[in-house]
Design a protein around this ligand. Sequence first.
Ligand SMILES: Nc1nc2c(c(=O)[nH]1)N[C@H]1C(S)=C(S)[C@@H](COP(=O)(O)OP(=O)(O)OC[C@H]3O[C@@H](n4cnc5c(=O)[nH]c(N)nc54)[C@H](O)[C@@H]3O)O[C@H]1N2
Ligand SMILES: Nc1nc2c(c(=O)[nH]1)N[C@H]1C(S)=C(S)[C@@H](COP(=O)(O)OP(=O)(O)OC[C@H]3O[C@@H](n4cnc5c(=O)[nH]c(N)nc54)[C@H](O)[C@@H]3O)O[C@H]1N2
Ligand SMILES: [Mo]
Length: 809
Amino acid sequence: MADDADTTKSADTTKSANTSRSGGAIRSQGAPGEPARGLGPGTGGPPSREPYTHPTAGWGAAKKVGEVIAESREFTRMPRALLRMNHEDGGFDCPGCAWPDARDGLKLDICENGIKHVGWEMTHKRADRAFFAAHTVSELAGWSDFALEDAGRLTEPLVYDEASDRYVPISWEQAFQLVGRALRDLDAPDRAAFYTSGRLGNEGSFLYQLWAREFGTNNLPDCSNLCHEASGWALDASLGTPKGTVDLDDWDMADAVLLLGNNAASNAPRMLTALAKAYRRGAAIVHVNPLVEGAARRTIVPHEFVSMGLNKSTATGTMDVQVRIGGDMALLRGVAKAVLEKAETDPRAIDRDFLDRHTSGFEAYARIVRDAAWADLERVSGVREARIRELAAVYLRAKRTIIAWCLGVTQHDHAVDTIREIVNVLLLRGNLGTEGAGVCPVRGHSNVQGNRTCGITHRPPPFLSDRMNEIYDFTPPRKPGLDVVRTVEAMHAGEVKVFVSVGGNFALACPDTAFTFEALRRCDLTVHVSTKLNRSDLVHGRRSLILPTLTRSEEDRQATGLQCVTVEDSMSMVHRSTGMKRPASPHLRSEIAILAGMARATLPDSTTPYEDYAGDYDLIRDAMAQCLEGFEDFNRRVRQPLGFRLRQAARERVFETPSGAAEFSLAALGDVTPDAGRLMLSTVRSHDQWNTTIYSDDDRYRGVRNLRTLVFMNRADMDERGLKELDLVDVTSIAKDGSRRAVHGYRAIGYDIPRGCATGYMPEMNVLCPIGDFSPQSGQPLMKQVTVEIVRSRTAGRRPSGARLSAPA
Ligand SMILES: Nc1nc2c(c(=O)[nH]1)N[C@H]1C(S)=C(S)[C@@H](COP(=O)(O)OP(=O)(O)OC[C@H]3O[C@@H](n4cnc5c(=O)[nH]c(N)nc54)[C@H](O)[C@@H]3O)O[C@H]1N2
Ligand SMILES: Nc1nc2c(c(=O)[nH]1)N[C@H]1C(S)=C(S)[C@@H](COP(=O)(O)OP(=O)(O)OC[C@H]3O[C@@H](n4cnc5c(=O)[nH]c(N)nc54)[C@H](O)[C@@H]3O)O[C@H]1N2
Ligand SMILES: [Mo]
């Protein structure tokens, strides 16, 4: 770990802009005693708060869409592009979230946030060589993160020049050679790490892992390590598949849908359509969340023009269960307890036949559940027994139930146990491998699931290694590589020296901002393949490259003509995506071309046909058909109008676990309640951001304007601390090792959230997430389980915000 002074400096806003190597400090946190500013534009005026009372989507979203189109100044091309998005044949896949496309030939299956996303890509602004000549890296480091991306699309490859403290143009070939030489100069392949953010297409993913593994390492950290890693571990252990088992047809048949820990109205808005449909059919829709989020209320389905015209809204929830942060497992165990109690008098409460034939461990699980005391379940879940029994009654009434979840369940210490408890509850009533029922992790980035399927993982599946071994002239490494947290630690310790990143914004996405910044700065070379300038380009290694790429909406022409890529959505549907817009600059290259260029420069004597792959993506797909399970005849099948669904044995009640049965998990209940005087903080997204990309300082459905440096608190917790609405507070996190990190000048907002819980925004609050606090079950940082103390801001003699306050105890 860095010493105190060191980390403090790297998060200091004022001092660090002076020297080039410390570029990229966060200006967000402000000075002690002053309001913090946040990473957004910060131009809207004074913060305000007004509860949102309208339906989600509908005209509020339409108005925002109008603004986005006006802002992009793409009045004709943008609407045309939107009409080509998520088309069954020939369009490009929305680069936003991973929610599947409508299967009924719907022509306008798009949402406000997807449009913001595409609009952000289609900007007329350019961060070109004149821009970089005009601004030093130290100067850019003082800009907001909004301003960095708002500089526009990158136009040509750039290399950091230490003498002038600027990024200057470099030719593609020189850039590739620089990467190749730096990698070949390492004393071992494991001194390099290759990060992926989940929008890289399937072909790019396959090529990326091929390059890394031919080079000799499994150090392939990815955003899944921060996102749904726990879901993969849990589902694999319970059901023998790392993926969800349902599709949209199942959503159309379920009698009950339980949605845990997902702000769907902002982060998977197209789910609103599925929820509204379910409501109209009379299905029960339960939202389990410490907050009552937008999706729990009503929506106007955007493509239903009549509803839009009449302002007619549909409910998207029938019940809210406001669980305590981290209390989901106790809640689910309570549901199981009520179900098993019912089964004592009514044998139909559980599916005996399914349990006998397809599961293992039921009797032991039933004993654990019977032994669980209601008082403990109430305390840990934060939900009264009577309410848990109501939820169980909803579950018992439903013949078919889907349980869906997102980060509100995955980013906790015991996330794997919680997700396995979701499966336990479903197994009790045979809700797996049957229509209208099953597990549904709601994935984040549009192709994050496809990345994994195509080999982006630090733990390579033996099948893939075996097949690559047969097809290519190299022996793939078998030793597991580093995940995200381990990569940051290894860079910090000087063990990883070259860091390559395809997409994403590693510097801000990772926990413990000060520590992560220092880790990146200790690298010998950092390389970012990206579309826009972001913080990660400013917090760089001794040498640094920015390699600009095409976006998914742009035309990709190679030696054999126009290319398409493929993606896999949250429900295992694989389909094509073909860009149609003129590229933002003639000098941009596709991700695949860039990967192939770097691979050849690294491995000049390799017999792998990297150039041929870059010239014709069909050849990559042919190789994938040989190396990946379920991709037989890939080129033909993916050209069917709707693509194809990857087979999943669990859907057919074939459970590929060691026992051959679905496994009940027997985990003990963890205690997640904070000590007296402390609160449990979860870090989330606002409505107007895409992970580290922040569009505005507003959060429409939570009724907040012009403010990102906030903390939502229960009013009783505020009273206890003598806090009034919008008062300035300091938030200090207490790590497992006792070390403390703080942000200052945040504003307290009274909110309908259980006592003892607090919520604020990522990535500003990543400062508070200790690098060492990750789940031993999944390696995921505890981004929704941060123990904090919150006090009124004090003005005098404070250390700068974002600083590490003390070394580990
Ligand atoms: N517009 C937009 N869309 C996105 C993204 C984006 O940034 N912007 N990001 C994409 C990505 S990568 C991802 S992974 C997804 C993220 O989608 P979400 O999971 O919706 O992301 P968060 O904003 O982190 O919200 C987490 C939710 O969980 C709740 N929560 C917090 N703690 C708990 C808990 O202990 N239990 C329960 N039950 N709930 C809890 C929070 O109140 C919040 O509603 O969205 C994807 N889609
Ligand atoms: N505290 C806290 N931290 C979190 C989370 C949390 O809930 N709380 N959530 C975590 C989660 S779930 C995730 S997924 C990560 C997200 O982490 P990342 O995926 O690393 O970050 P993004 O913000 O999605 O990346 C945005 C950048 O991607 C680049 N980009 C955009 N489009 C393209 C493209 O088509 N190609 C390429 N090559 N680059 C492109 C742009 O340069 C843009 O600046 O953050 C994690 N961090
Ligand atoms: Mo994510």
